[in-house]
Design a protein around this ligand. Structure first.
Ligand SMILES: Cc1cc2nc3c(=O)[nH]c(=O)nc-3n(C[C@H](O)[C@H](O)[C@H](O)COP(=O)(O)O)c2cc1C
Length: 389
């Protein structure tokens, strides 16, 4: 993304790049954000200036008192790095592999819903940005583009995140489509039940046409043009399985050969169970503080999960990554790679594909700088001792 000076930014807004988001010049007049984003927080300001308030709130907020949301970033900030001096390291290899896939940096894009609300190109832009930087996009089954559309948007590797349809016939067809479209793994999100005051206050929902397409894309062919938003919302609530248990994974194994990743694990015994079931990856996550409020940060739970898993599955972490130093801490405590949610949504809102690319570049450069300061030659070799107990 080219640096934006204030006049460029004004022209860019006036040119109507973001009229579909309902933003006029007044947003620019009011915005006090830095013009050239240099860190993730700058992108948050740009997104705030561009998005309608209810959409910004949907992305930003956590459940009820938002204790977990705040804890996600606070827990990273409490951890201290203790680097050895004089290591003579001048560069770091950021590349690694995840589930056998080579990536250029250990930072993936987490599955995020409703992406066409943040930018008209939505997940297609995110897919292109991920491919350009050399990483993986986790595609939400609520992304608002179909699995096939996102698959075709770039040649880069992608994982598909599943909210499991109650109707197992529809679930099977969806997973088969995902596999046929070339996705490299299936993420099953297991932390469910969002309760966000701002969204309830704002009566946040997808525009009806986006909702209709989203449901049809998942395979719900009986969603009709005549259905009202309230009817579609009720349909959607009824259609998703919120009561599945561990047996789901055995069933999924009968449907697909794709590697299976469980997303939303915080307890060591759940991680052990995932390993016993032969799952390939575990995402230590509290869904960015959007699920049960009061849960601990994922970085706090990572060491216990890593000890329980003992190298028998790949461990990933999300929730609260905002800086390259956060990535170093996660790698040191046992993650193979991390995922980001809000940071790339802010980039997408600010400038589509270029914005997401820039977010990834900023985190990549911060990570590189931090690893050199820590004397690490590779992201595959970040010692536990870097993080003070
Ligand atoms: C706006 C928004 C929508 C999300 N939608 C999904 C989703 O559809 N499926 C899912 O598994 N996780 C979803 N998540 C959670 C992310 O995958 C990820 O766990 C979280 O954003 C990580 O925290 P961070 O935002 O602090 O990086 C969503 C997160 C946000 C911010």
């Amino acid at each position: 993304m080219a640096p934006l000076d204030r006049r460029d930014f004004a022209r860019w807004l006036a040119a109507g790049t973001c009229t579909s988001l309902g933003i006029g010049r007044s947003a620019f007049a009011q915005q006090t954000a830095p013009i050239e984003p240099v860190c993730i927080a700058d992108f948050r300001e740009l997104a705030k200036a561009k998005l309608p308030g209810s959409t910004f709130d949907y992305v930003e907020t956590g459940s009820t008192e938002q204790v977990t949301l705040r804890e996600n970033t606070a827990a990273f900030q409490r951890l201290r790095l203790l680097p050895p001096v004089l290591s003579g390291v001048a560069s770091t290899d950021l590349s690694t592999t995840v589930l056998g896939e080579k990536i250029a940096l250990p930072i993936l894009l987490a599955p995020v819903a409703a992406q066409r609300l943040y930018h008209p190109q939505g997940a297609l832009a995110a897919a292109r940005a991920a491919a350009a930087i050399g990483t993986i996009l986790g595609v939400s089954s609520s992304a608002t583009n179909s699995a096939e559309e996102v698959a075709a948007a770039s040649t880069g590797p992608k994982w598909f995140q599943l909210y499991v349809p109650k109707d197992r016939g529809i679930a099977r067809q969806l997973v088969e489509r995902v596999e046929r479209s070339g996705y490299k793994a299936l993420i099953v999100t297991v932390d469910l039940g969002e309760w966000k005051d701002a969204d309830r206050r704002n009566k946040f929902s997808l525009p009806p046409e986006m909702m209709r397409k989203h449901l049809r894309d998942l395979g719900y062919a009986d969603v009709t043009d005549a259905m009202t938003p309230a009817e579609m919302s009720a349909y959607s609530t009824r259609a998703v399985d919120l009561t599945f248990d561990w047996d789901l994974f055995a069933w999924l194994r009968t449907v697909t050969k794709l590697p299976l990743i469980i997303k939303g694990v915080l307890r060591a015994e759940d991680a052990r169970r995932a390993v016993d079931l032969g799952l390939d990856g575990i995402i230590v996550s509290n869904h960015g503080g959007r699920r049960l409020d009061g849960m601990p940060s994922s970085i706090e739970m990572l060491p216990a999960v890593a000890a329980a898993v003992d190298g028998k599955a790949e461990i990933f972490l999300d929730s609260g990554i905002r800086r390259g130093t956060d990535v170093v801490k996660a790698l040191a405590l046992g993650a193979r790679a991390v995922l980001i949610g809000r940071p790339y949504v802010w980039g997408l809102a600010a400038d589509g594909e270029a914005g997401v690319r820039k977010v990834l570049e900023i985190l990549r450069d911060e990570l590189q700088n931090a690893l050199i300061s820590c004397g690490c030659r590779s992201v595959r070799d970040v010692p536990r001792t870097l993080v003070m107990r």
